[in-house]
Ligand binder design. Structure first.
Ligand code: SF4
Length: 85
């Protein structure tokens, strides 16, 4: 059995860690939804693009952006309603 400390020091782990960090950094620099997402869904990055060093995926559109837009629309409409009172 491999010790976790050996895994954490392995070249493969360091490469994956770097790739993930690069992808999250790109998300932070380019995505308006980063504050509610944090660049997550790491496994979907790999599944959809074969790399962790990417940003938007179908998962983003369906789970984060659509629900975020619906929430923002709702909050805006509630805010406008309250302003008219
Ligand atoms: S929604 Fe997608 S592109 Fe935007 S921060 Fe999250 S993972 Fe990155």
């Amino acid at each position: 059995m491999t010790d976790i400390s050996e895994i954490l020091k392995s070249q493969k782990f360091l490469e994956i860690n770097s790739e993930i960090r690069n992808g999250v950094k790109k998300c932070k620099e380019t995505c308006d939804f980063f504050s509610i997402c944090g660049g997550g869904y790491i496994s979907n990055k790999l599944a959809e693009h074969g790399s962790f060093d990417v940003t938007e995926r179908l998962t983003c559109k369906l789970r984060i952006k659509e629900s975020g837009n619906i929430l923002l629309d709702y909050l805006e409409s509630e805010y406008i309603k309250n302003m008219k009172r």
